[in-house]
Design a protein around this ligand. Structure first.
Ligand code: ADP
Ligand code: MG
Length: 368
C-alpha cells in the first residue's frame, strides 16, 4: 500500500477536449476513496491517467515516493504495480480462474508453490476457491468480477483502482460484493480508488469522496460532509437530489424568485457572508430536509403550499413529489411521518437549506 499524490494534473485529449483540469489530490496509504460524478465528468480519464494509460499534459503523479509521471518522467502501466478492475471483460477468457489469478505473481517471478498458496488464499477470500479450475465462460458475471478482484489484489499492489467494477452486477449480489470489497481492502490495508456513478455506493463505501464535474474536483470531503456541507449547488443537486431554487441574497436573507416560497431564516445551514448583498444566488434543499404537514384552518400566510403528485413506498419510508407554482420537490418522509395522498395540498417546511453564490446554470453537468 502506498500514498498516491496527484499534483496540478491536466489531461487534454488529442481533439483538444480538456479531460482533467487542475487535479490536486492526495490519497493516504490504506485509504479507500470513491471518485463520483455524472457520466462524462472525467472519472475514467483520471483513473487511466493514474494507471499510466494516458500521459498527463501537465502536472505529476507520485506512487509512494516514486515519481511515475511528470517532469519528463514516465513509468509505463505495467511497472506502476497497481491492481485494476474495470466494469467488464476484466478476466482472460482462455485461462482458468487459477491461471488468471496467478498471472500477476508469475510476472513477479514467485515460485510455483508460493503462487499456489497465494492464489488459493485470495480465491477463498472472495469465495471462489471451488471454481479454481473453471474457465470464465462457465461463471456468472458476479463470479467473473470476483475473479477480477482476486487477480487485482493477489500481488499486494501499491494501490487498487476500480472503474465501475460493480456497476454491471444486479442487486443483491452487488451489495454483497460491495461489502466484501470493503472488508478485504481493510484487512489488506489496500489503498483503493473506486470509481462509480452510483451516489449511494460512493457515500457508503468511502473514507473520503471526491466529486468530479467537467474534469474538475468540485468537492473532496467525508461522506457526511458531502451531504451536510455540499461545496456548491452542483454537489447538492447531484449527490442529494436536492431541489435548486433561484433567488437573490440581500442583507443576510435569501429571497426566492418564486414569491410562493417561504424559507425561515433558521433553516439556513450554509450561506454567503452577510456583507455580500444584492447578488444572484441559488438555494438547495435535500429531500430528507423537507417536512410536509396538513394545512390547518389558521395556516399562517407565509406557508409554502404544494400539491402532492407522487407517493412511492420505499424500504425506509416514503418518497413523495410535491409540485408548487415554481417547480417540484422530492421529499423523503421517514417511517411514522404524516403521509399525504396524491392531489392533497400540503404545507412544505424546510428544515435545512444551503444558499450558494454559484449559479446552478454554470456549475451543472452537461451530460454527453
Ligand atoms: P466518465 O468516466 O466520468 O464518464 P470520461 O473520463 O470517460 O468520463 O470522459 C470525460 C470526458 O472526456 C467526456 O466528455 C468524454 O466525452 C471525453 N473523452 C473521453 N475519451 C475521449 C477521447 N479519446 N477523445 C476526446 N474526448 C474524450
Ligand atoms: Mg467512466
Amino acid at each position: 500500500m502506498a500514498k498516491l499524490t496527484l499534483s496540478d494534473l491536466e489531461h487534454v485529449y488529442p481533439n483538444g477536449h480538456r479531460g482533467l483540469i487542475d487535479i490536486n489530490l492526495q490519497i493516504q496509504p490504506g485509504e479507500f476513496i470513491t471518485l463520483v460524478g455524472p457520466s462524462g465528468s472525467g472519472k475514467t480519464t483520471l483513473l487511466r491517467t493514474l494507471a499510466g494509460f494516458f500521459q498527463p499534459s501537465a502536472g505529476s503523479i507520485n506512487i509512494g515516493d516514486t515519481l511515475v509521471a511528470g517532469d519528463k518522467t514516465w513509468v509505463s502501466p505495467e511497472r506502476r504495480d497497481l491492481g485494476m478492475v474495470f466494469q467488464e471483460h476484466a478476466v482472460w477468457p482462455h485461462m482458468t480462474v487459477f491461471q488468471n489469478v496467478s498471472y500477476p505473481l508469475k510476472r513477479k517471478r514467485f515460485a510455483a508453490a508460493d503462487i499456489a498458496q497465494h492464489v488459493t488464499a485470495v480465491l477463498e477470500d472472495v469465495g471462489m476457491a471451488e471454481h479454481m479450475k473453471k474457465k470464465p465462460t462457465a461463471l456468472s458475471g458476479g463470479q467473473r468480477q470476483r475473479v477480477a478482484l482476486a487477480r487485482a489484489m493477489v500481488a499486494q499492489p501499491q494501490a487498487l483502482l476500480l472503474d465501475e467494477a460493480l456497476s454491471a452486477l444486479d442487486e443483491p449480489l452487488r451489495a454483497r460484493l460491495r461489502q466484501q470489497l470493503r472488508r478485504l481492502t481493510m484487512e489488506e490495508g489496500l489503498t483503493t480508488v473506486h470509481v462509480t456513478h452510483d451516489r449511494s455506493e460512493a457515500l457508503a463505501l468511502a473514507d473520503r469522496v471526491i466529486v468530479l464535474n467537467r474534469g474538475r474536483i468540485v468537492q473532496d470531503a467525508s461522506p457526511a460532509e458531502i451531504l451536510t456541507k455540499p461545496a456548491n449547488s452542483f454537489v447538492a443537486a447531484f449527490m442529494s437530489d436536492a431541489a435548486v431554487l433561484q433567488g437573490s441574497w440581500t442583507n443576510g436573507t435569501f429571497y426566492p424568485d418564486d414569491k410562493g416560497l417561504y424559507i425561515q431564516p433558521d433553516a439556513l445551514a450554509s450561506q454567503p457572508q452577510r456583507e455580500i448583498t444584492g447578488v444572484r444566488c441559488v438555494a438547495t434543499v435535500a429531500p430528507e430536509d423537507i417536512r410536509l404537514e396538513t394545512i390547518g384552518a389558521h395556516q399562517p400566510a407565509d406557508t409554502t403550499v404544494g400539491t402532492v403528485t407522487s407517493v412511492l413506498a420505499v424500504r425506509f419510508g416514503t418518497e413523495l413529489t410535491v409540485t408548487w407554482s415554481g417547480g417540484e420537490f422530492e421529499v423523503y418522509a421517514p417511517v411514522g411521518a404524516m403521509i399525504p395522498k396524491i392531489s392533497d395540498r400540503v404545507a412544505v417546511h424546510f428544515d435545512r437549506v444551503h444558499v450558494f453564490q454559484d449559479s446552478a446554470m454554470t456549475t451543472h453537468a452537461v451530460h454527453a
